[in-house]
Design a protein. Structure first.
Length: 772
């Protein structure tokens, strides 16, 4: 029998840091590297690689560019963050002073000496974080993308990574000391697959296999053209997040994919989107897309042509930021175990691969590179890089473009003068940027205009109205802070759904949708009554604080009060109460069982009630009567492993919670809004061939969030039950039928129990701190 102690804990969280970066105007590896110093240091340091073309093409994966949100997010947690910037290969000396080494998308391969340095660094207790992308995300058109650079071999060129390269490319410094091998799999037990997933809807459910609390506060993540990680050695590698099931090549492959894009229909079979690994004293983490990491503040120009880069705010999407910080925090913790099978966690299944994924049998589905480089551009020669790109040695003037945004009248109307404000930031102080134009066009044929036709007359500032078409070109001059703006007026003949665009010379800078409304009539103000027509009355009600205990309710009929019974038949005691309270939680009883010399699963018996024949799933009940709408978090921790009164430990025993179901009196009321309910983190649990899939595995000593309510949510009384009677998964009285239970206890054959009672104490903690 297992006893549960309930504690109401009010936790106060203090966060915040004054962050600053060392001002760096560097453009090459010879300039000082940027760094971010935390306001309150935690004593740990993170290094970001920028020695393998991390700024090639549209990428800008540097801590003072489009990875700045990530860098600053780590600094807010106390990490010191710095960029690795040099022209020579990575050595152990570069890494050994840092706790975590982050490797954003690499576009040139790692030399054998660098692989050896990374391997030794991890074996000695360091940690690495590989951020990859989909196959053929070849930013600098050298035939090698990040997944290939990380894996250690090029698809279709396992024998020779320089296959089809020119003599000049083969002899370049970047390709010296490079040898093809299945290095990542041999070193960490994972391999990036060459698939290309995309178009995963917000309603799709990611498959979460948490371990070590890394996924606390994580429910959904972003993926925009990405890949997965094959688990090749489950003792060393574990998948944490898998893509949703039911993916198809027709609906979910990245458009330009050179093969089927989706390899195994999604789910666990597709491979892990996020994975971790353990090697000797060190650790590793992997993610198959850079989209969740990037933000919209690129620093450099494109190396091939000098054009502006466009990056996106993936860091702010879904739970991406929480996931990434959690990963780095886990990576930074020093732990001596060398494989996951020694930690009592559920191991991942080995990913089943296609024959064409065997490195030596891989083929190149389409000739590489995917497009010809611009004339004169050589990916291996920085002297050919465009001005303003990282590594460029050109002294040519960089065109002033700045960052352009548009502010338009809130309700623009047809046949009326409407105003658009073109705002330009990020220019050099007092600099002049020119060549801008504004226009409106049809995204689809409408109102007699063909698709792509200009539809608006324009006027720049106090100038003259021009006929339908782009405005005249205009320039802006920045103030001392590098900011400038220009008003442009526009007028259309017809209402409709159009696009409004700002371009600079031939480059499209900003394109936004815009709805033009019909011309409205001049409104007539209604007659306003005089004060003499008013008569004021008052309504009043007085509330008194009620912080007594809340009675337990039926988790399936929440308007009915119940008296729960403990497994021994005694009445459960009432807690002390309070405005934020844990009102009740079931104890888990697995009955009397015979000792078996094999792996066994036991299902907890259901919850019983006084003077009632009703049986329910084991459950926990919380109430928020504070009236502040401040939010809360409910977590559970198994304080210790199952053991006897003589401290005989049930080694390897695992406790699972699953099939969480929310209920509340609020949900029975008319007009209840589902979005005001708390979030349930106890996922569905299933059992096949005595293997538990899904649910929440409780690891002794590790806290797991099971329910949370953001600000404005989760008020009143709420229950979270493990299973429901309608699903026939609440457990069976007097019998062990784990397939019909939602609280499971797994005991391996090696546990060797003695004839005695084993108990473990669990604690529910209710905190007034909402999840990030």
């Amino acid at each position: 029998m297992k006893q549960i102690k309930l504690h109401q804990m009010i936790l106060a969280a203090i966060s915040g840091a004054v962050l600053f970066t060392v001002p760096v105007g560097a453009e090459t590896a010879l300039d000082p590297a940027p760094e971010i110093k935390p306001a309150q240091a935690n004593g740990q340091k993170v290094l970001f690689d920028n020695t393998h073309a991390q700024t090639a093409g549209a990428a800008d994966w540097v801590i003072d560019g489009a990875f700045s949100d990530f860098g600053n997010g780590l600094a807010e947690k106390g990490f010191y963050v710095k960029e690795l910037r040099k022209k020579t290969p990575i050595t152990l000396e570069d890494l050994k002073g840092y706790d975590v080494f982050v490797l954003p998308e690499a576009n040139v391969p790692y030399k054998v000496s660098e692989q050896n340095a990374i391997e030794e660094y991890v074996a000695n207790g360091g940690a690495v974080f590989y951020i990859s992308d989909h196959y053929n995300a070849d930013r600098n058109k050298n035939r090698i993308d990040a997944s290939e650079a990380f894996n250690g071999y090029r698809r279709g060129a396992f024998e020779d990574m320089t296959k089809d390269m020119s003599t000049e490319e083969k002899n370049s410094e970047a390709m010296q000391g490079v040898e093809s091998s299945d290095w990542l799999s041999e070193t960490f037990g994972v391999r990036f697959r060459y698939n290309g997933l995309d178009n995963i809807s917000d309603s799709s459910k990611w498959i979460l296999h948490d371990a070590f609390g890394i996924l606390e506060g994580v429910q959904s993540v972003g993926l925009h053209a990405g890949s997965t990680v094959a688990i090749t050695d489950p003792t060393r590698a574990k998948g944490l997040i898998y893509p949703p099931t039911g993916l198809t090549s027709s609906a979910n492959k990245w458009g330009p994919s050179v093969d089927q894009g989706v390899y195994n229909g999604g789910g666990v079979e597709e491979g892990a989107y996020v994975a971790i690994s353990k090697k000797e004293k060190g650790k590793a983490a992997f993610i198959g897309d850079s989209s969740p990491v990037e933000d919209s503040t690129p620093k450099y120009k494109r190396d091939e042509n000098g054009k502006n880069k466009k990056t996106y705010d993936g860091w702010k999407e879904k739970d991406d930021a929480k996931l990434l910080v959690n990963l780095v925090e886990w990576l930074s913790q020093k732990e001596d175990y060398d494989t996951f099978d020694k930690m009592g966690i559920q191991l991942s299944s080995k990913t089943v691969l296609h024959d064409f994924e065997e490195p030596s049998k891989s083929t190149e589905p389409q000739r590489e590179p995917w497009a010809a480089p611009a004339a004169g551009f050589k990916w291996y020669d920085e002297s050919t890089f465009a001005p303003g790109s990282y590594g460029s040695t050109s002294n040519a003037e960089i065109p002033s473009t700045g960052n352009v945004s548009l502010v338009v009248d809130t309700k623009p109307e047809a046949k009326k003068e409407n105003k658009a404000l073109v705002k330009v930031t990020g220019l050099a102080p007092n600099a002049v940027a020119d060549g801008y134009q504004l226009g409106l066009y049809t995204p689809t044929a409408q109102n007699g205009f063909t698709q792509g036709s200009q539809v608006a007359k324009t006027k720049v500032g106090d100038g003259e109205w021009l006929p339908i078409g782009y405005s005249e070109k205009f320039s802006v001059q920045a103030d001392s802070k590098g900011n400038a703006e220009q008003v442009v007026y526009f007028s259309t003949e017809f209402e409709g759904n159009y696009n409004i665009r700002v371009k600079q010379n031939k480059d499209n800078i900003v394109t936004n949708p815009i709805t033009i409304l019909p011309l409205s009539e001049t409104p007539v103000d209604p007659e306003v009554p005089t004060d003499d027509a008013n008569y004021n009355v008052k309504g009043e009600i007085v509330f008194e604080k009620n912080d007594g205990s809340v009675k337990p309710i039926d988790p399936e009929n929440p308007k009915e009060d119940m008296t729960p019974l403990n497994p021994d038949g005694s009445e459960a005691t009432s807690p002390a109460g309070g405005l934020l309270s844990v009102d009740y939680a079931s104890s888990f009883a697995f009955g009397k069982q015979s000792i078996e010399n094999k792996n066994m699963l036991y299902g907890a018996q259901p919850q019983q009630f006084k003077a009632s024949d009703s049986l329910r799933g084991n459950y926990v009940q919380v109430s928020d009567r504070r009236g502040t709408n401040a939010g809360w978090v409910l977590s559970i921790v198994q304080n210790d492993q199952f053991k006897t009164a003589k401290n005989d430990v049930l080694t390897g025993a695992k406790l699972y919670l699953g099939n969480g179901a929310l209920n509340s009196p609020n949900m029975t009321e008319e007009g209840f809004k589902p979005e005001l309910a708390p979030v349930n983190f106890v996922k569905d649990l299933s059992l096949a061939s005595e293997k538990v899939t899904g649910g929440l595995e409780l690891i002794p000593g590790q806290t797991s969030i099971i329910m949370s309510a953001d600000k404005g949510k989760g008020t009143g009384t709420w229950t979270l039950s493990y299973g429901q009677t309608k699903d026939k998964n609440i457990g069976v009285m007097g019998a062990n039928e784990p397939t019909k239970a939602s609280v499971l206890l797994s005991i391996p054959s090696s546990s060797n129990p003695v004839s005695s009672s084993y108990e473990s104490t669990l604690t529910y903690r209710l905190s007034m701190v909402p999840t990030p």
